[in-house]
Design a protein around this ligand. Structure first.
Ligand code: BDP
Length: 625
C-alpha cells in the first residue's frame, strides 16, 4: 500500500476547502430563514479494503450505501470509535462512509439552501444525490455548501459523506503512518497510525448536520468589534451581503436583554453607540449580572425580499499590559482549567447533556476561564461560554508540531488557512479573550521562529483586537517563538515528568523558571498546564504518585508558588485537566490520561475540592467589582 492511498492530502489537487461564501454564520432561525436538522441515526460503513479505497474506486456515493455492502446504524453527531463492540472500528484508520435520505419542502425552491456541517474529523467529502458538493480539509471547524442545484424538491434526496481520519505530517494535528513490510512479524499490508498528541484520534461526523435557507440575497457575514468610551458602549460592525449586490439596503438595531432597541444604524459598515451600556463581564467579576448579551439585529432588504439575522454580542475590551490582563480596563486573574471535548461512548460527538454538566462543574469548581485544548470546540460550547461568562483561550488544532516536515510550507499554509477558519467562526464571541495558535510546538528549533512569526502575524491581521499566543513547553533559554506572542502561556510538570514524586522541589524550580521568563521578556504569564495523573479511589498516606493524595500535595505546592507571583506578573493558572480523557494505548496511560480533577464520568476526585476552595477564595479576593 502506498502512503498516497491513506494520506488525505496525497490527493492535494483535490484538497479544496468547502467555503461557500465569505462568512460562516451559525445557522439561526428567523422570519426569513429556516433550519432543518439532519442529525439522527445514519447508515455507516467503514471501508475495510486493504488500501481503504474500495469506496472511492467503486463510487459508493452513486447509490444508497446499503446497496454497496453491509451497513450499521451510526449516530450523528458522534465519534464512531466507541459506539460498537468492534475493535477494528474503534481503531480504524482510513475512509468511513455515512449516508441518509432527506426531504426538502417544496417551498424552499425559491430560497438559497445551504448544507452545513459543524465539523467532521478529519477530511470530508460530501455528495448530494451522488454529486460532489463540498470537500473539507480539517477536523474541527464548520464547512458548508449551497446545494440548490443538486436537490430534488419532488421526492427523496440522498446525502453521502466520506470521512478520513488519517493524520499526515501536514494535517493539524500532524501524524504519520508506518507501513510494516516484515511479513514474519506483521500480516501483509499492515500499517499503524502514529499520533503526535496525547489524546485519542476520535473521528466521524462530530457536530450537527443541518440544512438552512436564506433568501437569494442574504446576510453572508458580519464582523463586530466593541469598545468603551466615556461610559458608552461602541459596537463597530461590518456586514457583508451575498447574492445580488445591487440596490440592497440594511437596517441595524441593537436590542437589550428585554428586546428594547437601544441603538440603530443604516449602513453596511458603521458604529452604534449605546449610552450607559451594560458591559460583558466574566461571571466572577460581575456575579449579579454576568455576561450581558445584546442582540445585533440585521435586516437586509433587496429585490429578493428581506433577510433577518440576529447575532448575540457582548460589549467588552481585552488588553494586555506588561503585567496585566485587562477586561474592560480592569485586571482579570484567570483561574481555570484546560479541557477536552470527549466523554464515554460519544467520543467527541456533540452532546448537550455533557455541555450542561461541564459548565455546571466548571462553575462548581469556580473556573472563570478555560482553554479549548487542543482544537476548536463545538459552537454550542462556545455559546455557553458567551452566555455564562467564562473566558476562553481559543486554541487551534496545532498540537504536536514537532518534525521538520510539520514546519514545511505545506503545513504552514494549512495552518494559516485553519486560523482563518477559526477566526471567521469565533471572531464575534465576547468570551474569546486570546487566540492560541498551537500547543507545545518544537519552538526550540530555529525553523519555529519564522513559522510562528508568520502564523501569529497572520492571526493578528485577521483580528487586531485580541492578544495572540501559543502554549510553550520549552525553557526560556531555548525557545525561539515567544518574542512574537502578546502573553506567555507555558506548561510545566515539575514533580511529575521530572523529579517524579518530589513535591519538595516544585516551588523552587517553578519560581526560578517563571522569573526567568519574566525577566527575559517582560510580558505577563499564564501557566496553562500543571497536573498529575490520579486514579480515582487510589489512596496512600504519605502520598505517592497516582494517588488522590499525591494530586492534592502536588497542586498545593504549585498554588503556594502561584500566590507569590499573583499581582506581579502571573495573570492566570489553569490546571491540567478538567476531566480524565481518552488517549491512544501506551504504557504511560491506564485507559487514558488521568490528570483530571474529575473522572471521565465527571465525578470529583479529592483535588477537585482543593481547587474549588482555592478558586472560590480567588474569586472573592481578585475579582469582585
Ligand atoms: C502536555 C500536553 C497535553 C498532555 C499533557 C500530559 O500539552 O496534551 O496531555 O502534557 O502529559 O505536555 O498529561
Amino acid at each position: 500500500m502506498s502512503a498516497a492511498v491513506l494520506g488525505v492530502c496525497a490527493v492535494a489537487i483535490l484538497c479544496v476547502t468547502g467555503v461557500a461564501g465569505i462568512g460562516m454564520l451559525y445557522p439561526r432561525d428567523s422570519e426569513s430563514r429556516e433550519v432543518k436538522n439532519l442529525d439522527g441515526m445514519w447508515n455507516f460503513r467503514a471501508d475495510m479494503s486493504p488500501t481503504r479505497d474500495a469506496g472511492l474506486k467503486q463510487s459508493w456515493f452513486s447509490q444508497p450505501l446499503a446497496k454497496t455492502g453491509p451497513v450499521i446504524p451510526m449516530p450523528v453527531p458522534s465519534s464512531y470509535n466507541d459506539v460498537t463492540q468492534d475493535k477494528a472500528i474503534r481503531d480504524f484508520v482510513g475512509w468511513v462512509w455515512y449516508d441518509r435520505s432527506f426531504f426538502v419542502p417544496q417551498d424552499w425552491q425559491n430560497r438559497r439552501v445551504v448544507l452545513r456541517f459543524g465539523s467532521a474529523h478529519y477530511y470530508s467529502m460530501v455528495w448530494v444525490n451522488s454529486q460532489k458538493v463540498v470537500e473539507h480539509n480539517g477536523g474541527h471547524l464548520p464547512f458548508e455548501a449551497e446545494i440548490n442545484k443538486y436537490l430534488n424538491f419532488a421526492g427523496s434526496n440522498l446525502l453521502t459523506v466520506a470521512v478520513n481520519n488519517t493524520l499526515t505530517p501536514h494535517t493539524l494535528p500532524p501524524g504519520t503512518i508506518t507501513y510494516e513490510s516484515d511479513t514474519k512479524r506483521y500480516p501483509e499490508g499492515y500499517f499503524v497510525q502514529n499520533l503526535q498528541m496525547d489524546f485519542f484520534n476520535y473521528a466521524g461526523i462530530h457536530r450537527h448536520v443541518r440544512l438552512y435557507t436564506t433568501p437569494t440575497t442574504y446576510i453572508d457575514d458580519v464582523t463586530v468589534t466593541t469598545d468603551i468610551s466615556d461610559g458608552k458602549g461602541i459596537v463597530n460592525y461590518q456586514i457583508v451581503a451575498g447574492g445580488s449586490t445591487q440596490g440592497n439596503s440594511i437596517k441595524v438595531e441593537v436590542e437589550d436583554r428585554e428586546g428594547n432597541v437601544v441603538g440603530t444604524s443604516a449602513t453596511f459598515t458603521g458604529a452604534v453607540s449605546i449610552a450607559n451600556a451594560n458591559l460583558w463581564y466574566p461571571y466572577t467579576m460581575m456575579p449579579n449580572s454576568p455576561a450581558y448579551l445584546y442582540t445585533l439585529k440585521m435586516t437586509l432588504t433587496s429585490a429578493a425580499g428581506t433577510d433577518v439575522y440576529r447575532l448575540p454580542i457582548g460589549i467588552r475590551t481585552v488588553q494586555v499590559t506588561d503585567t496585566q490582563l485587562l477586561i474592560n480596563n480592569k485586571p482579570f486573574y484567570c483561574h481555570g482549567a484546560a479541557k477536552h471535548e470527549d466523554s464515554d461512548i460519544r467520543g467527541k460527538g456533540l452532546d448537550y447533556a455533557l455541555i450542561a454538566k461541564d459548565f455546571n462543574m466548571l462553575k462548581w469548581l469556580g473556573v472563570n476561564c478555560f482553554r479549548t485544548s487542543h482544537y476548536p470546540y463545538a459552537e454550542e460550547i462556545m455559546d455557553q461560554a458567551d452566555r455564562q461568562g467564562i473566558m476562553v483561550i481559543d486554541e487551534s488544532p496545532g498540537v504536536g508540531i514537532s518534525t521538520d516536515e510539520n514546519f514545511s510550507n505545506e503545513s504552514l499554509s494549512h495552518h494559516l488557512e485553519v486560523m482563518g477558519e477559526l477566526v471567521r467562526r469565533d471572531k464575534n464571541r465576547p468570551s474569546v479573550m486570546i487566540w492560541s495558535v498551537a500547543n507545545e510546538p518544537a519552538t526550540n528549533k530555529d525553523i519555529a521562529a519564522p513559522y510562528f512569526k508568520s502564523v501569529i502575524g497572520h492571526t493578528k491581521n485577521l483580528d487586531p483586537t485580541r492578544p495572540v499566543t501559543f502554549v510553550c513547553n520549552h525553557h526560556y533559554s531555548d525557545d525561539k517563538a515567544i518574542p512574537y506572542v502578546d502573553i506567555i502561556c507555558f506548561n510545566r510538570y515539575y514533580g511529575w515528568y521530572s523529579d517524579t514524586g518530589h513535591t519538595e522541589v516544585i516551588q523552587l524550580q517553578l519560581g526560578s523558571d517563571m522569573d526567568g521568563w519574566r525577566s527575559k521578556y517582560n510580558k505577563p504569564l499564564i501557566i496553562t498546564e500543571y497536573g498529575a495523573d490520579t486514579v480515582a479511589g487510589l489512596h496512600r498516606d504519605p502520598s505517592s504518585v497516582f494517588t488522590e493524595e499525591y494530586q492534592v500535595d502536588f497542586m498545593t505546592e504549585y498554588h503556594k508558588l502561584f500566590d507569590t507571583r499573583i499581582g506581579k506578573y502571573l495573570v492566570g493558572e489553569m490546571v491540567w485537566n478538567f476531566a480524565d480523557f481518552m488517549t491512544k494505548q501506551g504504557v504511560k496511560r491506564v485507559v487514558g490520561n488521568k490528570k483530571g480533577m474529575l473522572t471521565r464520568q465527571r465525578q470529583p476526585k479529592a483535588a477537585a475540592f482543593l481547587l474549588r476552595e482555592r478558586y472560590h477564595d480567588l474569586m472573592n479576593s481578585t475579582h469582585h467589582l
